[in-house]
Design a protein around this ligand. Structure first.
Ligand SMILES: C[S@@+](CC[C@H](N)C(=O)[O-])C[C@H]1O[C@@H](n2cnc3c(N)ncnc32)[C@H](O)[C@@H]1O
Length: 249
């Protein structure tokens, strides 16, 4: 399965019920107000934080590679009476009609791009869609291996129709040289006598800060700030989620 198609079918179905808390929209609202509109969220999924940002009246579009996630987003938008424009595209092949003052990912979705070549293509797409003086915001982190005691542990959730969802880690492979970790996840849906069980590989790919700066430069972008969640300049060896701001070089 192509990594861009991971959030489809049973994974998209379980995503909402399993979400323990929605993405905090505030940091992204602040970023958009500062960087300028219109704005574009890459990997908007089923609508967090995009729908809340639209509700605040911000001019934000969305892009996602999963038609199933976008279908859920549209349904939620209808229920909430929110109008939103979303595009079914991969961020590494971005081609939308507007140019944006702010392009961002909410959370470390960029690590779902499986290798440096795909990441560079996505950065080129960002570069091509930034308006003059526009800013991109890419949150990145280095995932930790799943602790051994968590392999096989089951998380459960209940769907709107009463179905029981179960997710567990079956196995994991980590390649430090390729900077890639692939976690084999087992997704289950049980409802009465109906059961579906599907194993899906979930790949994450990460970057030392200098490597990400090189890829950005290759795409015509310069990293102009790296901050932590509180907005403070981040030390070079920080292990937490870092926010990379990019401008046209
Ligand atoms: C972890 S979800 C985050 C969704 C949403 N922002 C949220 O926090 O609920 C990641 C999303 O990125 C999308 N995605 C993964 N790879 C992508 C790609 N190459 N291009 C565009 N979207 C992608 C997935 O389909 C999924 O909806």
């Amino acid at each position: 399965m192509d990594p861009a198609d991971f959030y489809t079918g049973i994974v998209a179905e379980i995503y909402g019920p399993l979400k323990s808390f929605p993405q905090d929209h505030e940091p992204y609202a602040a970023f958009i107000r500062q960087a300028g509109m219109p704005a574009l969220e890459l990997g908007c999924g089923d609508g967090d934080p995009l729908l809340e940002l639209r509700r605040l009246g911000l001019d934000v579009d969305g892009v996602d590679s999963s038609a199933d996630m976008l279908e859920r987003l549209r349904r939620r938008a209808d229920e909430q009476g929110v109008r939103v424009t979303v595009f079914h595209q991969r961020m590494e092949a971005l081609n939308v009609p507007r140019r944006y003052g702010a392009i961002f990912l909410a959370g470390p979705t960029f690590t779902l791009l499986p290798d440096d070549a795909t990441a560079t293509a996505a950065l080129r797409g960002i570069r091509a869609h930034l308006a003059d003086g526009g800013t991109a915001l890419v949150p990145l982190f280095t995932p930790a291996p799943t602790p051994a005691e968590q392999i096989g542990r089951v998380r459960t959730a209940v769907g709107p129709d009463g179905a029981e969802f179960r997710v567990s880690v079956v196995a994991e492979q980590r390649d430090e040289a390729a900077r890639t970790q692939t976690t084999l996840l087992r997704y289950e849906r049980h409802h009465g006598s109906d059961s579906i069980v599907e194993d899906r590989p979930w790949t994450m790919h990460w970057y030392p800060r200098e490597r990400f700066e090189e890829l950005a430069a290759a795409a015509g972008l310069a990293v102009t700030a790296v901050t932590d969640t509180a907005g403070r300049p981040a030390p070079a060896d920080a292990a937490e989620l870092l926010y990379f701001r990019l401008h046209v070089a």
